[in-house]
Design a protein around this ligand. Sequence first.
Ligand SMILES: Cc1cc2nc3c(=O)[nH]c(=O)nc-3n(C[C@H](O)[C@H](O)[C@H](O)COP(=O)(O)O)c2cc1C
Ligand code: SF4
Ligand code: SF4
Length: 292
Amino acid sequence: MITIDEQKCTLCGECIPICVRRILQKGETSVEIIDPAMCLYCGHCKAICPADAFQFSGGNDQFLPVPSKKEIPSPAVFFRFLRRRRSLRLYQDRLVEKTKLKMLLEAGRYAPTGSNRQACEYVVVSGRKALDEVCTLAIRNLQKQGKELQKVIDEYTRKKTPLPEEWASRQTLPPVWERIAGKWQEGVDQLLHHAPALIIIHMKKSIATTPEIDAAIASTQMVLLAETLGLGTCYIGFLIWAIEDSGELKKTLGIPPENKTLVAFTVGYPKVEFLRFVARNPAKDNWVGEFN
Ligand SMILES: Cc1cc2nc3c(=O)[nH]c(=O)nc-3n(C[C@H](O)[C@H](O)[C@H](O)COP(=O)(O)O)c2cc1C
Ligand code: SF4
Ligand code: SF4
């Protein structure tokens, strides 16, 4: 809940235009919230108030002063930092400190979310014993899904009819999943790359207005912070499919059946160091309006 300390409010009016929901207006002695039910709890009013007149129950202590502009990295430094991130698939055999994993969750927690719903929930798995269990269940499931998918592909091939688009993009997957399963039998982890930790983002989709985007933004902030902590990461899309198809895996990970798994990525200390940036395709772009 938000309240306004009438004694502190100077009626300067700065909070009024910043409110996305336009629910603040000047009253006799202080600003008033005209429709509290519309509030997003975005915190912008308190963050801008020179008199710190707003009180947020459950979170007031997080409104600390922002760092000075001098602390913002230059565009060149920041852009080079963004380009430096690579998907890491070779990890040191070393656990990631819990304090660092907690920092990653904090980076996710402070990410923007559609309508400020903050619906992301996290699972952190650390240590090979727990990860081996996840791998075993996930690989078993992917092998099952691969067999089902192959049956569909074979049926279309037999009938000489082209595969529908949704299946066509997946037709290379059954042999990939078979190979991962075969390697797992030999003790080689080609699913989670022998990483020492794994983070999964899931959520009750009915809470969020933009679930996939929210999880993607949260994870982006997390993997970038990981780089600053000397850690590497790799998104694991196959694991999401396995979790969504396996009630047993969801149970093992403590993900409620009704929640949707949206992102999974491995975390650990790199065994290798990349020397160069990589190439990307030119952006397909379309510029509309005036530019200087
Ligand atoms: C996927 C997504 C969609 C959003 N859509 C809108 C929007 O349509 N209009 C708007 O004013 N803000 C929009 N926002 C901004 C959120 O309301 C905002 O991120 C949230 O209130 C938290 O505030 P902050 O970004 O200042 O931390 C969107 C944010 C996200 C992540
Ligand atoms: S910004 Fe603060 S002091 Fe100014 S009108 Fe709003 S609540 Fe009052
Ligand atoms: S928290 Fe956001 S939506 Fe609510 S009153 Fe303040 S600025 Fe407006």
